[in-house]
Design a protein around this ligand. Sequence first.
Ligand code: DMJ
Length: 498
Amino acid sequence: MINTSLAARPTRRGMLYALAAAGTLTTGGVVLDGARRAGAGGPPAPAASSPPAPPGRAAHGRPAGVRPDASKAREIRAEFLHAWRGYKRHAWGHDEVLPVSGRHREFFAKGHPVGLSIIEALDTHHLMGLDDEVDLCAEWITDRLDFDIDADFQVFETTIRLVGGLLAGYLATGRRGLLRRCVDLADRVLPAFTKSPTGMPYRYVNLRTGRVSGATLPLAEIGTNILEFGVLSDLTGDDRYWRAAKRALRAVVQRRSSIGLLATRLNVESGRWADRQGSAVDPPVDSFYEYLWGAWEMFRDEECRDWFRSFAAALRKYQAERVGDRLWFKHVDFRTGALLSRRQSSLAVAILPVGGDNALAADYYRSWTAVLDKYTVIPEAIDYRRMTVVSARNDLRPEYANCAFQLYWQTGDAYYRTTAWRYFQNLRKYHRVPGGYTVVTDVTRRPMPKGDHCPAYVFAENFKWLYLTFSGTSRFDYARGYLSTEGKVLRGLRRGRA
Ligand code: DMJ
């Protein structure tokens, strides 16, 4: 049943949301004002709840703002708009644009578009002050989008991209239609959790029938949902989402080895591991760890914090490895710690700063900066001992910019802006085409060959991380903001002048 009531049940998190919505809660020194977005007719400005930071201090110990660099922010915004116009021109209403051929493709299910790029872009438009685009997207979603689709949708991608995107859109605008769509979708996804004997979700769910499939899946797909589901529980007062996500996390943690590591894939019916490879911090486990920490940052869940800390300690002990002065993380047998592989994915760079261990995260970022220096555009994967390429593509990956922002935000060290700007310049030089932005198929060749695909996460991530790094926008509360693995702002969106 769809429950869009904003009357929170008296859970701790629900109570905080109710107080915030009533405009009586002070968070991080900011009184939530209950302001309405002009013309949107929305509810009071919500704030995804977490206990307030001590007065005068940011929730993360982060600075309350970044020094604006207006001219660089303008350039970044202009490139985001270039990519967006390509999508609008060639693919409007479809999931993703193929910007070279001017065609489009669907991400989740052939023949079933859900306007993925539109949903991914919502809060980026808002942060950049592109309010007409926000309105256009929100109207398409509320007037044209229907999730009653007879097709199998991947639960992980549906959650981080669609549920997260609709939540961020709602938090940005206060439009109830976006929250209603979000709740409808989350209710269609929930059977993936509730039909599982272990509580760990199946990989796919049919959005119309609730039929589930795919019993063996990696940790990131099992445990990257507590931020979206927790915020949704807060907003609706319906605890089913939070409970499902927490139960899934607990089921994974219970299966750690005697040396405190997790492998990569689990069968969610039998509860047994399908491999023995401890592959943190690489995908496909990366955001599992990110979300344990996130549950602490967003909801002050102490159990998740402690789980994160114990995995972080085991990671340092068994997987961290120095090659020269560079830090990497090897793959090991999760029961013995024996070496299995020195392959490293470029996606991993985004994970470390989330746990607040700046020294480790900074070292790891420098390792990836060495890869950027060597190849100009970072390849998908490397053998870190030889610094050679294992996968030469770059699928317009946002993770380096994500990490640069997190570290700049936490430390204020100009090094992260210098390197983020280098990433941006390379992005513009090697990925830009007349129809927008596209993937590179081999970073080792000159000229660098381009493919024909703009993944939808580009509208959620690459330009947003860069814009937040340089703009200092007043639409983002730098003191208490929090972003998901897909770059959705789940806390800290502000309205008013951009
Ligand atoms: C995004 O969808 C998210 O960042 C996710 O966590 C995994 N990686 C892609 C972008 O590379």
